[in-house]
Design a protein around this ligand. Structure first.
Ligand code: IVH
Length: 673
């Protein structure tokens, strides 16, 4: 093909791809299958690799093109990015309406009411229809250039349908499902969780490596125009219609009102319906529609007089900090926990809140007896967001972090460049006890009936001093029966659950041992690669480093762990007790004749005959790989009761779906073979 034909064909393909991209990611009504879309993309990639000089940064192949940046460049906003004044109740809204009507005289007023998306404000600049720059709000005058990261958002058009020059404002956000999936992944990797979708969207856009943002499934709604050249619009609603016609994703739940009563009723309906949305909103935004009226109203120092943000009642409350408890975790890190006067918050009673580390206590200036504002952070763990010094009586006392371990008395150490204090005594009872709690936990050996309290009791009564002792507990039945709340039946159940855990596939054991830096995912990879714990123990540094997911620090941690004589002793006792050291999942290459060999499977809804964990193991045994979300790479969806959006998506993408009964049939067939 000559260059000119290639140029034409490339242009044609880009337009087609952008068109289908918009249908899929913006309008949610695809016209072609994923396979057809992939084929277009492949053709474009092939042509671009033949004519690399024709690759432009706006090509759909370049959404994740860039290299990691050394830092973000500063961007001046030509038109400042203002924030809005707030309304917290009906009265504030009526006041706003009165102020507006007074300022515009007798003219009729139309308001546009929109959802207030809880994400990160961004500005997008297009020149002659090409996306050239995206920036954060920053302080409103100057933001940071996050073009590379914004380009990874598939609903953001790289080229508009008309060659206009325009600066658009919008909110980048992370859908609830993507947020939950991300946190699940972070949990298995032992990484700190994001408190809410807003923080995780902000964190993702602040990454210097665009590959990270690309993996985070961000999305965007645009809600306004900063600057526009070559088109005229008379009102905000016309502006939104223009944005839509240019190919932007504009939130469809907006409405125009002439009466404040109707507008308030609309807001109240959304306050109720908010949990049903697939993304978080923290309020509603009300804007005067007519630009002429907006101009008449003007601005205060900080915000426009023609708009206001109504904030939903926050899931926050005030209570008293009654004490601070200091606990030692399995890695020796000492964490303070706030003990609160019990208070009800968003449907549950809150008594404790994590304080993470000493620095946070200092930063917030917390004193024992203080009144504090507590917030449910993304429905995960309650958090103290602020202290109310104006409510102090003088009876409050400062808090001193201990200098010595509350459990073993050894001096606490702070490693260089770490905020955390640690107990580094390997014989510290807290470390051992927490290590056992980790060993029996759900993602590790998953021993039912062995909760934190029972482990603590067994440990205190000296029935166990290491994880190996769990497997010798059957010899101490009488001692077990003497424990608090331990009848015949619960002792039997406990011993049975311990016995059953011996059969676990070895990745659970590897994770359960608590080797530093080895999370559940790494444990699975190691189990798959080495097949048996004995092989892992003998593995060399080179062999470990050959594995993609294992970095040098992890390799060293594994080598150090297995070199310890006490570890050898522990493993021998586990082996002697009959704990399985072999990998029972199916290795991908061996699985060729298994029914799910090489298939990617997604579980959704609740299964009635097994837990999710069991189902995942069964799928692995059939040769399949379980992933969290449905995409065009998914081969099969197994849908239990109350399957929701994943099932819907599978339908849309044409992925094969089976119910629990068919899944059971598949398992039975396999056993019969
Ligand atoms: S309009 C000058 N509309 O809420 C008017 N803002 O202070 C600019 N937000 O950080 C804002 N959804 O990023 C507008 N539909 C919406 C919005 C919205 C979310 C954010 C915005 C800003 C804050 C308002």
């Amino acid at each position: 093909m000559d260059r000119q034909t290639a140029e034409q064909k490339i242009e044609e393909l880009r337009q087609q791809i952008e068109y289908h991209n918009r249908l899929y990611f913006v309008e949610d009504r695809p016209e072609i299958t994923d396979r057809e879309y992939d084929a277009l993309m492949r053709q474009l990639q092939e042509l671009e690799s033949l004519f690399p000089e024709l690759v432009t940064p706006d090509s759909p192949t370049q959404r994740v093109g860039g290299e990691p940046l050394p830092h973000f460049e500063k961007v001046e906003h030509k038109v400042p990015m203002l924030s809005l004044g707030n309304a917290f109740n009906e009265g504030d809204l009526r006041d706003f309406d009165r102020r507006v009507r007074q300022a515009v005289g007798d003219q009729p007023v139309r308001y546009v009411c929109e959802l207030k998306i809880d994400g990160l404000a961004v500005s997008l600049r297009y020149e002659d229809g090409w996306f050239v720059r995206g920036a954060t709000r920053g302080d409103g005058q100057t933001g940071e250039d996050i073009t590379q990261n914004l380009k990874t958002i598939r609903s953001l058009p790289l080229r508009l349908r008309k060659p206009v020059t325009i600066e658009v404002r919008g909110e980048a956000y992370m859908p609830k499902r993507a947020f939950e999936k991300l946190n699940r992944e972070r949990e298995t990797r032992g990484e700190p969780l994001f408190a809410n979708p807003r923080n995780s969207a902000a964190g993702s856009l602040r990454q210097l490596d665009p590959k990270v943002a690309a993996s985070r499934e961000l999305d965007i709604f645009v809600y306004g125009i900063g600057e526009l050249i070559g088109e005229t619009v008379e009102s905000h609603s016309e502006g939104l219609a223009l944005l839509e016609s240019l190919g932007f994703k504009v939130n469809p739940e907006r409405r125009v009102f002439e009466q404040i009563d109707e507008l308030i009723a609309f807001i109240n309906r959304w306050a109720e319906k908010r949990p049903e949305l697939p993304y978080e909103i923290d309020g509603m935004v009300i804007k005067v529609d007519s630009f002429a009226q907006q101009q008449e109203l003007g601005f205060t120092a900080k915000s426009p007089r023609w708009a206001i943000a109504y904030k939903f009642p926050a899931e926050e409350t005030v209570t008293v900090l009654e004490g601070i408890e200091v606990n030692v975790g399995r890695t020796g890190v000492v964490t303070p926990t706030a003990l609160l006067k019990p208070v009800s918050l968003a449907g549950t009673t809150v008594k404790r809140a994590s304080l993470h580390n000493e620095e946070i206590i200092r930063e917030k200036g917390l004193m024992l007896g203080d009144h504090v504002v507590v917030k449910k952070a993304g429905d995960i763990i309650p958090e103290i967001v602020a202290v109310l010094p104006e409510r102090r009586t003088g009876a409050e006392r400062p808090f001193q972090m201990p200098t010595h371990c509350p459990e073993c008395g050894s001096e606490l150490i702070r490693f260089e460049d770490e905020v955390a204090l640690r107990c580094i005594n390997p014989d510290c009872p807290a470390l051992i006890r927490e290590g056992i709690i980790h060993f029996v936990s759900r993602l590790a050996m998953n021993i039912e009936g062995l909760g934190e309290k029972v482990v603590a009791q067994l440990f205190e009564q000296k029935l166990i001093a290491s994880v190996a002792d769990l497997y010798y507990l059957h010899e101490r039945r009488d001692d077990l029966l003497r424990l608090e709340r331990m009848g015949e039946k619960s002792v039997d159940n406990l011993l049975q659950a311990i016995e059953a855990s011996k059969e676990n596939s070895v990745e659970r054991l590897i994770f359960g041992l608590g080797i530093r830096l080895i999370g559940a995912k790494a444990a699975k990879v190691l189990a798959e690669r080495f097949g048996h714990l004995d092989n892992l123990q003998r593995a060399t540094r080179e062999q470990l480093l050959e594995i993609d997911e294992i970095g040098p620090k992890m390799a060293d941690s594994i080598l150090t762990y297995f070199a310890m004589p006490q570890v050898q002793e522990l493993l021998e006792r586990l082996r002697a007790a009959g704990v399985n050291f072999a990998y029972k999942g199916v290795r991908a290459e061996e699985g060729s004749d298994l029914p799910l060999a090489g298939k990617t499977v997604v579980l959704t809804g609740t299964l009635s005959t097994m837990t999710r964990q069991e189902a995942e193991e069964k799928i692995a045994r059939l040769g399949g790989k379980v992933t969290g979300s449905v995409s065009k790479k998914t081969d099969l969806v197994i849908a239990g009761e109350k399957a929701g959006s994943k099932l819907e998506k599978a339908g849309k993408l044409g992925v094969q779906v089976i119910d629990e009964a068919s899944f059971l049939q598949l398992l039975e067939q396999q056993q019969a073979d």
